[in-house]
Design a protein around this ligand. Structure first.
Ligand code: HEC
Ligand code: HEC
Length: 179
């Protein structure tokens, strides 16, 4: 009886220890995720450039692309996205300061691969973007996607608004590895 009890106590003890360990590990995982650089977009930027679509994180395009976009806001992909000069220059500075840069560490450095001298205006036209989505293009081969198919990143990347594009955070059903 005594041994039985102590056995139960022991297994209960183990269980608790297990729970503590699990919790502990969970805590570390959560910490690790939180410890990752958290994207905090500029409020004015989101207000202005998130009105029609996702406010794309500045680090997704090189300086040249942002300059091209900001210089052509009155004819922005067949839309008018013009804003007053003060706001425009504030946003230009913000985008250029935080743009994707060769030689600077970035988890999106794959987007810099093979960029032509004149950088495209679209993230979705960067050779590195196309390469990163190769499996998607293969999957959709033969279907006429049309321009802009990949532009609403949040359709597939659940946490695109937080600029998290990790493979683990893709909505189920997208991409061969995630079905
Ligand atoms: C009036 C609506 C509107 C506003 C405001 C707007 N955009 Fe856009 N934007 C569009 C449209 C429409 C497209 C093309 C979407 C498509 O092809 O599906 C686009 C596309 C883009 C793309 C290319 C996305 C891709 O395919 O890679 C970028 C980058 C972009 N916008 C940046 C900006 C920035 C920066 C601002 C703020 C200065 C802004 N947009 C404000 C309507 C807008
Ligand atoms: C139709 C679904 C879809 C859309 C829309 C989409 N993506 Fe993706 N994206 C994927 C899939 C699936 C992968 C993983 C591809 C693979 O593993 O081959 C991926 C991979 C990536 C990666 C590489 C992630 C890594 O950790 O290697 C980045 C960065 C990325 N996407 C950014 C974007 C951005 C920015 C947009 C919007 C301009 C976008 N994606 C739109 C499906 C999509």
């Amino acid at each position: 009886m005594d041994t039985q009890l102590s056995k139960t106590q022991r297994s209960l003890g183990n269980g608790l220890l297990g729970a503590v360990l699990l919790f502990g590990i969970g805590g570390i995982v959560i910490y690790a995720l939180e410890g990752e650089e958290v994207y905090q977009p500029d409020e004015l930027y989101v207000e202005e450039c998130g009105a029609c679509h996702l406010a794309y994180a500045p680090g997704l395009l090189p300086v040249g692309s942002w300059q091209g976009i900001m210089q052509g806001l009155e004819e922005h992909f067949e839309d008018n996205a013009e804003t007053d000069n003060e706001t425009a220059s504030y946003i230009s500075n913000y985008l250029e300061e935080n743009a994707l840069r060769p030689g600077q560490p970035s988890k999106w450095s794959m987007l810099l691969r093979n960029i032509p001298t004149e950088a495209p205006l679209r993230i979705t036209e960067l050779p590195g973007f196309i390469q990163a989505h190769e499996s998607e293009y293969e999957l959709l081969e033969g279907i006429d996607l049309g321009v802009g198919f990949f532009s609403p990143c949040q359709d597939c990347h659940r946490q695109a608004d937080q600029a998290l594009f990790d493979k683990e955070l893709i909505s189920p059903g997208y991409g061969p590895t995630f079905q």
